[in-house]
Design a binder for this molecule. Structure first.
Ligand code: PEP
Ligand code: MG
Length: 589
């Protein structure tokens, strides 16, 4: 039966396909019939024995490490996990089920574990209820070993895969992108969580924050994702699917229409030039960047190079990637951002101690100043790549002048080493920072003495100014780019940059939001960097607006005290004034 779900519109467009549902741990468990004879049952049970043995060894190794650390709590958990692994009841139940049903061992084992956890959950005894998550967690350790490291196999009969998951990590998004999935739906995540941003950058429709969708969807069900309005339709009726197929076609035509502007100069009606640049996360997006009609890359998030691997990429590997991008984008600029590791972006091999508040922890420049070996390899790679075109280095999450002095020192050291090694590099490379914390705004007049440019990262600036988690779907409505405090802050940044004559750009998601880009121009921003999928529509707004329109929008918005008044005004003005924008919103409803 057709079911409608609402979530957060994370990434535009409509996608229609078949669901592949991932469990909470993102393990995909296949279900199939095995041959109905004793040999295949024996072979299934042997698979389970091997997985149990492997999990036991892993737990014992972990326990040995922890013994030295004296962590009583973890040790207690490991002891009970070991007892569960050896529990003959599990083995008995699994054997009975496989023999009765002839269904593959992974599926049956998962069922047995879920049943055990369910029984514990309804127990009267608090102690037993508390054990339910441990049983699930132990079961998943065994399942990982049962499934092996084989990549997630999509069933053969599933076409146009749409991933439905509790949550997805950036490396998982990368892996699915490479496997050409059509869209994502997650239960967790806000509009500017990194998963949502990545989906936009790689142009895949996505809806986040869809409560309980994994419980109500099964693999293979037809599903429609309406990215811009945050709607998901599971098991649509024929008529609904037909309607959305038409809408999807309409969207494609609309986008084709916007392509007519691609070659036009990006100027306001009065002739004032606006620079539109692209945000890029993956090397694979290079073609999209080259074809979107932008003038270079305003933000290359390099951290994704560090994912889906087992060790830090070395200087040579990074140099090859940066040089390729710099050469392809020349004569335009490539702004290469130093790895912003931390927060929700930490490769497993760099995970040290678990952080209670990773977004306030070892992240961005703070992280690389602790791991100077990683920083130096990257700076050397960028310096060398910049020799082949135009590139600059940008540091994320800089908070104070002290950090800048350390950064400048390290860049100097890298240049000296490269000169000694007689390797070609760009001696005059420009250095910049992202303005992403209130501290960096308050110190901007001083910070600006040490850098050649600044770029405003509104995703984090909003998060840290309003104290609202950018990835939390429960506070997504409070993550408001039009909040009066944010507008004031943006104005202040622009004023300082103008007084200090420092090059200013903006690369947070707000820059590419069709509702806000003109307002930013009105606030004095002339360089906007955004996801390639947003460039055509923002350019269309620019071509159809004057500087006076933009200023009036900004001045009026700045005068409101209530955030609802700002958002109502911006929405009414923008949708009311631009027919094509109205169409854009209608396309997706
Ligand atoms: C930002 O914070 O606005 C930004 C562009 O950086 P990221 O989204 O990678 O944190
Ligand atoms: Mg940021």
């Amino acid at each position: 039966m057709e079911k409608l779900f609402k979530g957060i519109p994370a990434s535009g467009r409509i996608a229609i396909g078949q669901a592949v549902v991932l469990l909470k741990s993102n393990l995909f468990i296949p279900k199939y019939q095995i041959k109905k004879n004793s040999v295949s049952i024996k072979s299934e049970l042997e698979k389970l024995d091997n997985a149990l043995m492997k999990t036991k060894d892993e737990l014992l190794d972990l326990k040995n490490e922890i013994d030295q650390d004296q962590s009583a709590l973890k040790k207690e958990y490991l002891d009970s996990a070991l007892l569960m692994i050896e529990d003959p009841l599990v083995k008995k139940k699994v054997t009975e089920k496989v023999t009765e049903s002839y269904i593959n061992i992974e599926w049956v084992f998962n069922e047995v574990i879920q049943e055990m956890a369910d029984q514990l959950l309804v127990s009267k005894d608090h102690y037993f209820r508390e054990r339910a998550p441990d049983v699930i967690s132990m079961g998943q350790n065994v399942l990982k070993n049962l499934l092996g490291s084989v990549e997630l196999e999509f069933p053969d009969d599933i076409k146009d895969v749409i991933i439905v998951a509790h949550t997805l990590s950036p490396p998982e998004i990368v892996a699915f992108y490479k496997r050409k999935v059509k869209a994502f739906v997650t239960e967790i995540g806000g509009r500017t969580s990194h998963v949502a941003i990545m989906a936009r950058d790689i142009r895949l429709p996505a809806v986040t924050g869809v409560k309980d969708i994994t419980r109500f969807t099964t693999t293979g069900t037809r599903i429609i994702v309406v990215g811009n309005v945050g709607m998901v339709i599971v098991d649509p009726e024929k008529g609904t699917e037909l309607l959305y197929t038409k809408k999807e076609r309409g969207q494609i035509n609309y986008e084709k229409n916007l392509k007519k502007n691609e070659k036009k100069a990006c100027v306001l009606k009065g002739g004032e030039k606006i620079l539109l640049q692209a945000n890029m996360d993956l090397e694979e997006e290079l073609l999209l960047v080259k074809e979107c009609g932008c003038s270079g890359i305003g933000l290359f998030r390099t951290e994704y190079i560090f994912f889906n691997r087992t060790a830090v990429p070395d200087e040579k590997e990074q140099f090859n990637i940066y040089r390729k991008i710099v050469k392809e984008i020349a004569p335009y600029d490539v702004t290469i951002r130093v790895v912003d590791i931390g927060g929700d972006k930490k490769p497993e091999y760099l995970q040290e101690n678990e952080e209670a508040n990773p977004f306030l922890g070892l992240r961005g420049t703070r992280f690389v100043l602790v791991h100077t070996d990683i920083l130096k390899a990257q700076i050397r790679a960028i310096l060398r790549a910049a020799y082949f075109g135009k590139a600059c280095i940008m540091f994320p999450m800089v908070n104070d002048v002290d950090e800048l002095l350390q950064i400048n020192n390290i860049v100097r050291q890298c240049k000296d080493e490269l000169a000694q090694e007689k390797l070609p590099f760009d001696e005059n490379i420009r250095l910049g920072i992202m303005v992403e914390t209130p501290a960096s705004v308050l110190l901007l007049d001083r910070i600006s003495k040490f850098v050649n440019f600044i770029s405003v990262g509104t995703n984090d600036l909003i998060q840290y100014t309003l104290a609202v988690d950018r990835g939390n779907e429960m506070v997504a409505a409070d993550f408001d780019p039009g909040h009066p405090a944010i507008l004031r802050l943006l104005k202040k940044i622009q004023e300082i940059a103008s007084i200090r004559r420092i090059k200013l750009s903006i690369c947070g998601e707000m820059a590419g939001d069709p509702l806000y880009s003109l307002l930013l121009i009105g606030l004095g921003y002339r360089r906007l960097s955004m996801s390639t999928m947003r460039i055509p529509i923002v350019k269309n707004i620019i071509l159809n607006s004057s500087i006076d329109d933009a200023k009036k929008l900004a001045e009026t918005a700045l005068n409101f005290s209530l955030k609802q008044d700002v958002s109502r005004y911006i929405r009414d003005e923008m949708i009311g004034r631009f027919n094509f924008l109205e169409d854009y919103f209608r396309q997706n409803v």
